[in-house]
Design a protein around this ligand. Structure first.
Ligand SMILES: Cc1ncc(COP(=O)(O)O)c(C=O)c1O
Ligand SMILES: [Zn+2]
Length: 403
């Protein structure tokens, strides 16, 4: 296991003991980050399968604490043809829609479950826009847990169906994601549940950072110039950054990739801060990309810091561009991404067009969630599709629809 030195506040730097009851900084209330004693690792240290193979860089004692469903090892698709078309040096899609509950959040939920088990908790809870909850419910079920869940009542049906079917104890909050976060904190204090909620729990980033280790291994330790990440709370991007930073601190790489944060224009709190004075201010979020629809990002300060430290950028795209990018990715690469995940692709297209990604630069795009989770985002907008009699003359008439 990684030897944890402390939980370090990302704002005031105070270091505290990683007790089961420790979440945010006791002095200033900001989020904490896990600090390790330097482990002895090399590029050849990581044997075995799944995120457990990075055990020496993770805050858990044993791989056996991880849920039985395998998490990690998602494919990294290299598409030189798309890179040429966009006029950049290389494009890879890291498809985390293939994880057990079909989103990137499985990385964090697996790790937090393991941490909860090692702490001795029997009950966990989380607030979520849907995916973190589905991940906790799915992996939890495989480990005998049925988490307490708070999601906005407007969450996509696919995600609610996952939650109910996995046996989560689900509360549909009559409010938005921000109110789900607030009530989950109150409930976990009242009922003694271990709280996995994004940002508040310092270990979600530690699960999320495994994506960076996988990218490095899959690219044979040739660093991409950019990693494109769709952003809501900012915890995936701060986790991805933590992975690259850990890899650098522990001598595995010698520089960091630039992070490109992708947000919807209709949920832009982190981009506003990165492109402004660095201070997070709440917005009134209302994007079709439900997973990144966040008024007040729960890991905003860490995200802004990570993007700036990497010399990266934050871009916003319209909801139209997100849906176009969803179709582009599906039609060109055969990957069906949910709208939040397609936001990263939209930002890639925009960054290539505007020359933010230079002609010789290579980009990895995180595909963070599967499109089947929110089919209504697509079906709501379908044109009238041809219905035919089971006769060839009817097909002959209808075929013009596609010509
Ligand atoms: C599919 C998907 N993409 C991106 C994000 C954004 O992650 P974060 O909220 O940590 O910025 C989420 C978070 O729910 C997600 O589910
Ligand atoms: Zn602090």
């Amino acid at each position: 296991m990684g030897i944890i030195r402390s939980l370090k506040c990302i704002a005031c730097g105070i270091e505290t003991e990683p007790l089961p009851s420790a979440y945010v900084c006791p002095a200033c209330g900001a989020n904490c980050e896990v600090a390790y004693e330097n482990p002895k690792v090399t590029r050849h240290s990581f044997g075995g399968k799944g995120i457990g193979r990075y055990l020496s860089l993770l805050p858990i004692e044993s791989r056996d604490s991880l849920p039985p469903l395998p998490v990690g090892d998602t494919p990294l698709h290299r598409r030189d043809d798309i890179a040429r078309e966009l006029g950049i040096g290389g494009v890879w899609f890291k498809d985390d829609g293939r994880l057990p509950s079909s989103s990137f959040k499985d990385r964090a939920s697996a790790l937090v479950l393991a941490r909860a088990i090692e702490f001795g908790f029997t009950e966990i809870c989380t607030a979520s826009t849907g995916n973190a909850a589905a991940a906790s419910a799915c992996l939890g079920a495989s480990a005998g847990f049925h988490p307490w869940i708070f999601v906005p009542r407007s969450a996509p049906k696919g995600k609610i169906a996952q939650l109910v079917t996995f046996g989560a104890r689900l509360f549909l909050v009559d409010g938005n994601y921000d109110s789900a976060c607030d009530i989950s904190l109150e409930a976990s204090k009242r009922f003694g549940w271990y709280n996995r909620s994004t940002g508040y729990n310092p270990y979600t980033r530690e699960g999320k950072k495994t994506v960076s280790f996988e990218i490095l291994e899959e690219m044979d330790w040739n660093l991409p110039d950019w990693v494109v990440v769709p952003v809501g709370d900012g915890n995936i991007i701060s986790g991805t950054a933590k992975g690259f930073r850990d890899a650098m601190q522990f001598g595995l790489i010698d520089k960091l990739p630039k992070l490109l944060a992708a947000q919807s224009e209709r949920s832009s709190a982190i981009s506003d801060a990165v492109n402004g004075d660095g201070i997070i201010r709440p917005v009134k979020a209302s994007t079709i990309a439900d997973s990144i629809s966040v008024d007040l990002p729960r890991d905003g300060a860490a995200a802004v810091k990570a993007i700036r430290e990497s010399n990266g950028r934050a871009l916003t795209v319209s909801d139209e561009a997100i849906l176009e990018a969803q179709a582009f990715l599906a039609r060109r690469a055969g990957i069906f991404a949910e709208p939040a995940a397609a936001c990263g692709v939209a930002a890639l297209l925009k960054a290539a067009k505007e020359g933010i990604i230079a002609p010789d630069e290579k980009a990895v795009v995180l595909i963070t969630g599967n499109g089947l989770k929110d089919v209504e985002a697509v079906t709501r907008r379908l044109p009238e599709l041809p219905i035919v009699e089971p006769e060839i003359s009817s097909v002959e008439k209808a075929i013009k629809f596609y010509r």
